[in-house]
Design a protein around this ligand. Structure first.
Ligand code: ACM
Length: 496
């Protein structure tokens, strides 16, 4: 294995995101046939799948030992991240030590990339140089936010996205499940939502929705891989799918027409209607009950035609309903409220605000952090992976500018919001909106390679990040995308 140097020392030319510490040793391990030992069957199966995807023959006997061991002392000195791990490769075998399954899987994900680097384009020998990797993430929240409303992506696509997210050690998949064009999750207490509002999508495309069973199965699939699904029901705007299903949510009492355009900001709930609070209570109680993870996202973005006072009452109520249902609320940045010193504080301590629009005054976000809000950063000019790479790119939008790979790479989450203390940053989420993305290939070609850049920005400390090194590592990783048939955009910024 060759290595390239970065300012902070040696970084493997294979591992994305760049690890905290990597020390090459003497000798080479051949992983052609592998026997896995793990603390439980699920971890063993998942490790086997990762190494089989890299080309190893995984069997019960006589393979090279890959041993996964629970070990609270693993990881970089001083790290208390529950996801920390140490991967040790010698000529005789590989071990991953970690306090929990997340770290054990991360160690195997690193090993998968090292194997891939050795194989190269031609799919050669499964050889890995001796190495010790000690690693842990910078931020606990490393995710992708995915719009499944504007175009529908069903369970098989979503499992492929879970696998992709996991391969770069991301641990959250946030699903935008309701919007003007459709409602994508069955809500048992409100069956008309999916009955009347799930079939459509943008420009007459075919919609769909997750049944309660499909939602549970997807969450279980993700949870095995230590990825938490975060459901978003977007209120009080982006709500035409609900007002189409339930006319009682409109002041006129009349259901709205279905919508398959891509305008935003025209639909809203009305706080004072008698049907509104029971609707929100039913929906958020059901979503919370159906959700395995600790978070429920209530949207709150782009409510362009509502007075601040009414919007504030929605923000307070949604946090209350989600807390009563035993979950922590997440919302888009607008839930911080207006930049007005006299306005009441809207967010509760612990609520997560997802920052996306770089244009507004940062004062409300700094104030929300003082009240105890925490921030997930998705700055659109860096992390919105539905932005076109270049003006000529056939897919995507451009309201936040063009987002080339290096734009997704070269930023520091701690420096995004002026005046926000880094202690208020929970992490980073890439986001992809699907107005122009119809197929899994469309989606993956917008995610790859930029998702890898955002993943490294979320995981790796600034001193471990290095664009010159990342360019080499992305090109190495792309051999696996080509072998797996995962479409990616061959940006001219990389020597593929
Ligand atoms: C958003 O892009 N409206 C959150």
């Amino acid at each position: 294995m060759t290595t390239v140097s970065s300012g902070a020392g040696v970084v493997a030319d294979a591992v994305i995101p760049a690890p905290v510490d990597l020390e090459p040793g003497e000798g080479v391990l051949d992983l052609t046939t592998v026997t896995i030992e793990a603390p439980d069957d699920v971890t063993a199966r998942l490790a086997g799948e990762l190494l089989a995807a890299a080309g190893a023959a995984v069997g019960p006997h006589d393979g090279v030992p890959v041993v996964l061991t629970p070990d609270p002392a693993a990881g970089p000195a001083g790290s208390e991240s529950p996801e920390r791990y140490t991967l040790t490769v010698t000529a005789d075998g590989a071990t991953v030590a970690a306090p929990g399954r997340a770290g054990l899987l991360h160690g195997v994900r690193t090993l998968r990339q090292l194997v891939n680097a050795g194989r190269g384009e031609a799919g050669g020998a499964l050889e890995v140089g001796a190495v010790v990797v000690r690693d842990a993430p910078r931020y606990p929240w490393r995710g992708l936010s995915l719009d499944v409303v504007r175009h529908w992506f069903g369970p098989a696509d979503l499992r492929a996205v879970v696998d992709l997210v996991g391969s770069y050690k991301m641990n959250r998949l946030h699903l935008h499940l309701s919007d003007d064009q459709g409602w994508r999750l069955d809500i048992p207490s409100r069956p008309a939502l999916t009955k009347l509002s799930s079939e459509g999508a943008v420009s007459g495309a075919k919609g769909g929705f997750l049944s309660a069973d499909e939602y549970r199965e997807l969450q279980e699939y993700a949870a095995e891989r230590e990825i938490v699904i975060v459901p978003e029901i977007d209120v009080p705007g982006h709500i035409n799918a609900a007002t189409h299903a339930y006319g009682e949510l409109m002041p006129s009492g009349e259901a709205t027409d279905s919508y398959d355009g891509i305008e935003v900001g025209f639909s809203k709930l009305s706080f004072d209607l008698p049907a509104t609070e029971p609707f929100l209570r039913d929906v958020f109680t059901d979503v919370a009950r159906m959700t395995l993870g600790p978070w429920v996202h209530f949207g709150g973005d782009e409510v362009l035609t509502m007075q601040a006072d009414e919007f504030g009452r929605f923000v307070v109520l949604c946090q209350e309903l989600i807390a009563e249902a035993g979950k922590t609320a997440v919302a888009w940045q607008e839930a911080a409220g207006p930049a007005d010193d006299d306005a009441p504080d809207l967010v509760r301590p612990g609520t997560l605000l997802q920052y996306w629009d770089m244009r507004p005054d940062p004062a409300p976000f700094v104030r929300a952090a003082q009240v105890g809000a925490r921030f997930v950063l998705s700055p659109a000019d860096r992390a919105y992976l539905d932005m076109k790479y270049t003006p000529e790119h056939p897919l995507g939008q451009q309201w936040a500018g063009f987002v080339e790979l290096r734009d997704s790479y070269d930023w520091d989450p701690a420096a995004v919001i002026d005046g926000l203390p880094e202690s208020a940053v929970e992490g980073v989420s890439a986001a992809v909106w699907t107005e122009t993305l119809l197929t899994r290939d469309d989606l993956f070609s917008m995610l790859l390679p930029r998702l890898a850049a955002v993943a490294e920005t979320a995981w790796s400390r600034p001193e471990a990040k290095d664009w010159a090194s990342f360019r080499v590592r992305v090109a190495v990783e792309a051999a696996a995308w080509r072998r797996d048939g995962a479409p990616y955009h061959p940006t001219p910024q990389i020597d593929w």
